[in-house]
Write a protein that binds this ligand. Structure first.
Ligand code: CA
Ligand code: CA
Length: 406
């Protein structure tokens, strides 16, 4: 509920400033169309899930009743329509239709990070988080995660950033499919840099500096997004054979269609890593709280539990999250704090693990890494923190990329 409350008050502020803006010369202002859509649509979007045996023809017949209100169709992982502003009569008719499995509220997820200060460094530095997880000890032996594929499910990735560009191989914008997946917030580029900033002479270096980055833009410029758009992004990750996806976003809402999408991605072999949430010791957010996801809490430079981090029995691992310097929108750099920053350290470590032989961790004997096997290795090789053994703050401990790749 905490996240939702935060979101509502945030939109309250946006709505107020919008009302204020109406009498003024609207085109002259730096008006955020994406934010406007979310004010208008807040609490009014529904996911209409069809039964599995529904044919395309039957589905279109049902959708014809609400065609003008349909925003998008979800096909593949979840067989559903997303619609806006349905009235009680339309909702009742849909609910009674034998081909409709259920109607769910489309919830909102938000990023879990706070920006502190921007800084410019003269030459490449190894950020403290990369050093702390011992990623830089993995590269000399020739493992930089080339060419393991990682989807950054976020606000996009800066397509022009000199410290990311050559690692970016593609992407999608599920909010506005006709627009690019370029980052209009900065958060997604920051996360991407922690995973795979280039090992060159400038800026920073990521945990897996030769991984293939894919920008899955599901969050708008203000750092929030609809579950239905995120589901579409997960669907894209499955169709395009991502090996890891990082989700530095969260919500207190548990929506079945969203969980179904997560399950299908894991069944497709994708290692899913997510931020535990920034609820100051409160409950782990979704999707991190789902058992199919590696949930990551945040630590600071003293290896202490970050006060803003969520915690609970769903936490699997912890990783550096406080005062993390990384790439930002355009060709910039920024220092951000949050479990949003912790999650990509684990995603980067997972990419490096995927580039090794599974050996004794190949539990099902198929010769390749499966998500549970990767998770097990990361947990077995983590550095225990806090109370001895597993605990609900640090999970199995601080992730260690070097130990996990031995
Ligand atoms: Ca660099
Ligand atoms: Ca412990």
């Amino acid at each position: 509920m905490r996240i939702l409350k935060k979101t509502q008050s945030m939109f309250g502020v946006l709505a107020l400033s919008f009302n204020f803006m109406i009498p003024a010369s609207l085109p002259a202002l730096d008006f955020n169309a994406d934010a406007f859509d979310e004010i208008r649509e807040m609490g009014k979007r529904k996911i209409i899930v069809f039964k599995e045996n529904t044919t395309a023809e039957e589905r279109e017949k049902i959708s014809a009743l609400i065609l003008a209100k349909r925003i998008k169709k979800l096909e593949g992982i979840v067989n559903a329509d997303v619609a806006l502003n349905l009235n009680p009569k339309e909702l009742a008719a849909l609910a009674l239709n034998p081909k409709v499995a259920r109607i769910e509220d489309d919830a909102i997820a938000t990023i879990s990070a706070v920006k502190s200060k921007a800084a410019i460094k003269a030459s490449q530095i190894i950020p403290w988080g990369i050093d702390r997880i011992d990623a830089e000890k993995v590269w000399p032996a020739g493992n930089s995660a080339n060419p393991v594929k990682v989807g950054i499910v976020d606000t996009g990735i800066s397509s022009s950033h000199p410290d990311l560009k050559t690692n970016i191989k593609g992407g999608i914008n599920t909010i506005r499919p006709w627009k690019s997946w370029n980052d209009d917030n900065g958060h997604g580029s920051h996360v991407a840099g922690i995973v795979a900033a280039l090992n060159n002479t400038v800026g920073v270096v990521g945990a897996a500096p030769q991984a293939d980055l894919y920008s899955i833009k599901v969050l708008s410029a203000n750092g929030s997004g609809w579950f239905s758009d995120i589901i579409e992004g997960i669907d894209w990750a499955v169709a395009n054979k991502m090996q890891v996806i990082n989700m530095s976003l969260g919500s207190s809402s548990d929506v079945q269609s969203f969980h179904d999408a997560i399950k299908r991605a894991k069944n497709a072999g994708i290692v899913i890593v997510a931020a535990a949430g920034n609820d100051y010791g409160g409950k782990v957010n979704y999707p991190a709280a789902y058992p199919e996801v590696i949930a990551v809490s945040a630590t600071d430079q003293a290896n202490a539990f970050a006060d803003y981090s969520s915690k609970g029995p769903e936490v699997d691992l912890s990783a550096p999250g406080s005062s993390i310097y990384s790439t930002y929108k355009g060709s910039g750099y920024a220092t951000l704090s949050g479990t949003s920053m912790a999650s990509p350290h684990v995603a980067g470590a997972a990419l490096l693990v995927l580039n090794t032989a599974p050996s004794s961790y190949d539990i099902d004997g198929d010769g390749k890494w499966d998500p549970d096997e990767v998770k097990q290795k990361l947990q077995d090789t983590a550095t225990d923190l806090g109370s001895s053994g597993y605990d609900s703050s640090f999970g199995s401990g601080l992730v260690n990329a070097y130990a996990a790749t031995q």
